[in-house]
Write a protein that binds this ligand. Sequence first.
Ligand SMILES: Nc1nc2c(ncn2[C@@H]2O[C@H](COP(=O)(O)OP(=O)(O)OP(=O)(O)O)[C@@H](O)[C@H]2O)c(=O)[nH]1
Ligand SMILES: [Zn+2]
Length: 207
Amino acid sequence: MTESPDLKDDEGDALPPRQVDHERARAAIREYLFAIGEDPDREGLRDTPDRVARAATQLYAGLSQSPEDVLSARFSIDHEELIIVRDIEIFSTCEHHLLPFHGVAHVGYIPAPDGTVTGLSKLARLVDVFARRPQVQERITTQVADALVTHLGVQGVIVVVEAEHLCMSMRGVHKPGSRTITSAVRGQLRDPATRAEAMSLLLGGKR
Ligand SMILES: Nc1nc2c(ncn2[C@@H]2O[C@H](COP(=O)(O)OP(=O)(O)OP(=O)(O)O)[C@@H](O)[C@H]2O)c(=O)[nH]1
Ligand SMILES: [Zn+2]
């Protein structure tokens, strides 16, 4: 397994990618069902711990993936202008309540000075690497931006994420429909004119 530099221990050393321990997850969900007053042996719930453990391998697949693997697809096309992929659907899990948050991510970047770009789909894959972990929205946003700087050497990047958090909709404060918007901007895209152009392209025609 390759090391994943974005996963660090308390000393800042890189941790190896993590796989879901299926048996442990299954046993924990069975126990959780007992804890909420359910009977995990009743017919409808009998296979639920196993299903939830299998679902966890998808929901948290990003824990075993690293951004540099995704960004290894590179093409030299001598392009040094803004590239934007917007409306990338994003599903993540809030690390506070383990409930979903769902929305869209928009990613724009100005390639490295040598004009090297990555595949368009890789931007969406990069978002998934960070979204498929227990997360907060701000961290996904900054991790995507920083990965493009670190691994692709981009001259500028802007990432905007808009999402609804089910922990705010179906419990707690009970505010369905509220959307949280986060952004991260690096390099040349901090320039006000470039940033304004990027924002109008990112959000253009949507409002
Ligand atoms: N900043 C940030 N907060 C989040 C995110 N997802 C969930 N939260 C918030 O995490 C906070 C946790 O607050 P706590 O007071 O510790 O937990 P709680 O008692 O369940 O809070 P309530 O949700 O207000 O009922 C809540 O305000 C959530 O809205 C996120 O992605 N970013
Ligand atoms: Zn939450």
